[in-house]
Ligand binder design. Structure first.
Ligand code: SF4
Ligand code: SF4
Ligand code: SF4
Length: 326
């Protein structure tokens, strides 16, 4: 695909508009939510790969990155993140594995925790992306637009659970400033956006229920029903809930017969990459500063302007031919 001047201006305008719009964004309680009942998950240990993980990979494989090699370093650093030779890795989140099952021993008991994006009500990843590559949808899901993501990983830095994962050697930055900007594209669970928009359940939810029937780990439904069900279980069965308060609220409620203080302590003792801190403040809500936001936005507008200028200048020579194809 050649990036013509016209296409570039369309993309730039979208990016700049989204930067401005995001300044006023508020928390959104989406239509759907999910319960993940840890006490019911056995990790699919009798199968070669957990059903939820397999279903997610099947569902999303057409969107997995195919990097252009050799991959350029992420200037000024000499490193880049390349998972393309580790596509089969299923014990962590990667650009090729958007859900994984974390195995843990808590006070002598083995537990299994399916981990993926929490789909926060006021997602810092969405609010913090300087290029507006993420959106919070009415269904409750937060979604990365892979076509305009520069892979700067701000979303991961600002996510309390460091969920989005980067693959270098792909994405729009290759067309713009391949040696000086961006590090690829970020990938994560989008709550099976194409399925839920058609009224279907997410693939992982369906796969787990196929195996465990009425004892399935996931319950996916209208948000109000999910919250009511979780609080009912808390009251009647003494279960613990995670995700209703963390980060200002989310569309994913873990429930467990083991407290999340104990779970997070065990995760910390094992120095796990993905933890479950109980006290999670929303960085956007707690650090929001209208003056700072203006400065930040202006800074990125300047950068965007510089990029526009650089690309237009670079494309000037070839625009005649390219425009003829538009
Ligand atoms: S959530 Fe369901 S499908 Fe996934 S590992 Fe647990 S039991 Fe298996
Ligand atoms: S869990 Fe992280 S990646 Fe997912 S919506 Fe929340 S902030 Fe964004
Ligand atoms: S909701 Fe869809 S994208 Fe998210 S983990 Fe489940 S299968 Fe994967």
């Amino acid at each position: 695909m050649n990036l013509t001047r016209r296409k570039f201006f369309v993309v730039s305008s979208a990016l700049i508009s989204s930067m401005l719009i995001k300044s006023n964004a508020q928390a959104v309680e989406g239509r759907y939510a999910t319960i993940i009942d840890i006490s019911k998950c056995d990790g699919c240990t009798d199968e070669s790969i957990p059903r939820c993980v397999l279903a997610c990979r099947e569902q999303n494989k057409s969107r997995f990155p195919e990097p252009k090699k050799p991959i350029q370093p992420y200037w000024p650093r000499k490193i880049y993140e390349d998972w393309s030779d580790k596509r089969q890795k299923i014990d962590t989140l990667t650009p090729y594995n958007w859900i994984f099952v974390q195995k843990l021993n808590v006070e002598g008991k083995d537990i299994f925790i399916p981990r993926r994006c929490m789909h926060c009500d006021n997602p810092p990843c969405v609010r913090g992306c300087p290029f507006g590559a993420l959106t919070k949808r009415a269904y409750g899901n937060s979604v990365i637009n892979e076509k305009i993501c520069f892979g700067g990983a701000k979303c991961r830095d600002i996510c309390p659970w460091q969920i989005p994962q980067r693959q270098a050697g792909v994405g729009i930055y290759l067309k713009l400033l391949p040696k000086f900007a961006g590090g690829g594209v970020m990938y994560k669970c989008d709550l099976c956006k194409d399925r839920i928009e058609k009224g279907q359940e997410p693939a992982c939810v369906l796969a787990c229920r196929d195996r465990l029937k009425e004892n399935a780990v996931f319950v996916f439904d209208e948000r109000k029903k999910i919250y009511e069900l979780a609080y009912k279980k808390k009251k009647e069965e003494g279960l613990f809930i995670y995700g209703d308060r963390q980060n200002g609220g989310t569309s994913t409620l873990y429930i467990s017969d083991i407290s999340f203080d104990l779970i997070d302590r065990a995760l910390n003792e094992r120095n796990e990459r993905f933890k479950m801190p109980v006290d999670v403040k929303n960085k956007i809500q707690t650090t929001f500063n209208p003056i700072g936001k203006v400065v930040i936005t202006s800074g990125f507008l300047s950068i965007a302007g510089a990029i526009v200028a650089a690309v237009v200048s670079k494309n000037k020579k070839t625009d005649g031919d390219e425009n003829a194809k538009d």
